[in-house]
Structure formats: C-alpha cells, structure tokens
Ligand binder design. Structure first.
Ligand SMILES: Nc1ncnc2c1ncn2[C@@H]1O[C@H](COP(=O)(O)OP(=O)(O)OP(=O)(O)O)[C@@H](O)[C@H]1O
Length: 256
C-alpha cells in the first residue's frame, strides 16, 4: 500500500533565497514523524506546502495518493492541519468555531453535533465551549486549533508545534492523544522539543537550511552521540562540526 504522505523533491524559493531545498520523504500509516530543525530551517514552509497552503517552486506532495496542487479539495479531505500560531476566528466561541469547521467539512445535524462534541472531548475543551476564542489562554487556543484538525477524523495529520504554549500536563495529554491516534494515521509533527521526539515519534527527520540531514528512528539518532541535544547540534551546526570533526563521527550530510 502506498504511503499516506508522499513528498518528492519539494523545493520552495522566496526570490533568491531557497527555504526548502529538494526535500523528499514518505510517511506510512502508523508512523509518527517528528520534524525537527533550528529556527528558520524550513519546517513550517514544508508543512504548508504539504497542506496546499504554499505553492512549491518545484516538486510534488501527495496525500493518500492525491496531489495537493492538482486535486486540492480531494487531498485536503484526507488532511487535518494545525498551522503555527492560533489559526481561528478570535471573536467566535469555541463551539461556534468548531461547528463552522464541521459545516465546511460537510457535516450537518446530529453528525455535526457529535463531531464537535467528540473533538472537544479529545482536546478537553468542554469547559470553555461558550467562551470567545480571543479570551482563551495560549494553551487553550492551541487546543482549539488541534480540535479543528481532528474534527473529521482524517487519516493524515500535519501538526506544526502541537504542544507549543501548553503546560507540562497539557503537553503530556496531547502527546498521549497523538500516540492513541497513531496506529490509524500518518502523522507529522514539527517540534523544537527533543524529548517530544523520544516520547511520541517513531521516526525523526532533521532539516537544516532547507535540506534533510537525518531521517531515522529516535533510537538510531540517539545512538549517534552522547545525547540527543548534542546530536541535534552537530547535525544542524556544520561550523561546529568542522571545528571539531570528532564531535559527530560520520554523521554530517549537510551540503556546503
Ligand atoms: N513568505 C515568505 N517570504 C520570504 N521568506 C520566507 C517566507 N516564509 C518563510 N520564509 C523564510 O524561509 C525560511 C524558513 O522558514 P520556516 O518558517 O519554514 O522555518 P521553520 O523551520 O518553521 O522555523 P521556526 O522553527 O522558527 O518556526 C526562513 O528563513 C523564513 O524567513
């Protein structure tokens, strides 16, 4: 069976600057891929291209076999996308916003109410259901974003920093939710938190200056050095490796 997410040679240039440079990977059902990289590495741009929100300069992205550019509506039916920030209409209530998203997704009547209730249950939003989104804390806003991504139970989830702004308890809850959904879905999460990769990901892709510099299991990644922090630094800071070639033996595939 083909992978649910297939990215081939995806590239994005902004003028003369190449933000994402020839990135390819696939994600199968059951995989949770941690997408890691320093600030500005190209994670969000890659995710936006995967979600059909940014047009690639070159390359293709497919969700459940549907090309995101050629068949955008069909592709997006398979996708739940949590962009960075708080992607909502601030003056709407939580229930009002999720009801709106459910209608856009084609639900009505009892099915709509059931979907909204289920999404709020999964993300623990029932207590604030009638509160305007603009009055919520950052963590709750993030959970509203997550709820809209999960609402139609899509086979593909692309989540840009899903635990950003959450307190440690909420982080644990969201990670548990991701782990519970994982067997049925292909999931990509971007994160700056190396502990998140170990906690919830079956695979880690590290990107630096727009290029993939590692794609392996968290255990394989950890085995490259004394700890994940060091491995991450050595993979993403080529200057540091050049100054101390013994720091990360045989690890660097970073281009000049
Ligand atoms: N619309 C745009 N126009 C010009 N440059 C852009 C645009 N969007 C992103 N970039 C640049 O592309 C690069 C990659 O940005 P991107 O947001 O994908 O990085 P990121 O890995 O998600 O970073 P962070 O971890 O800080 O969120 C950055 O240098 C950014 O400034």
């Amino acid at each position: 069976m083909p992978a649910l997410i297939e990215i081939e040679r995806l590239t994005k240039r902004f003028g003369a600057f190449t933000a994402v440079d020839d990135v390819s990977f696939s994600v199968a059902r059951g995989e949770v891929v941690g997408f890691l990289g320093p600030n500005g590495a190209g994670k969000s741009t890659t995710m936006k291209m995967l979600a059909g929100f940014v047009t690639p300069s070159a390359g293709t992205a497919r969700l459940c076999g549907e090309d995101v550019l050629e068949r955008p509506v069909a592709a997006k039916r398979h996708l739940g996308f949590l962009p960075e920030g708080a992607p909502t209409y601030p003056e709407m209530t939580v229930a009002g916003f999720l009801g709106f998203v459910a209608r856009v997704r084609g639900f009505g009547g009892a099915a709509l109410r059931e979907r909204v209730a289920h999404a709020m249950r999964l993300t623990t939003l029932e207590g604030v259901r009638l509160q305007p989104i603009e009055t919520l804390s950052k963590g709750f806003k993030r959970r509203v974003g997550l709820a809209q991504a999960l609402l139609h139970d899509p086979p593909v989830l692309v989540l840009d920093e899903p635990t950003d702004g959450l307190d440690p308890n909420q982080k644990r809850e969201v990670r548990a939710l991701i782990a519970a959904m994982a067997p049925e879905k292909a999931i990509v999460i971007s994160t700056h938190l190396l502990e998140e990769v170990e906690a919830v990901c079956t695979r880690a892709i590290i990107i630096a200056r727009g290029r993939v510099v590692a794609d392996e299991t968290p255990a394989q990644l950890a085995a490259r050095g004394p700890d994940l922090d060091t491995v991450f630094r050595d993979l993403t800071l080529p200057a540091a490796v050049a100054a101390d070639p013994g720091a990360a033996p045989g690890t660097v595939t970073e281009p000049a």
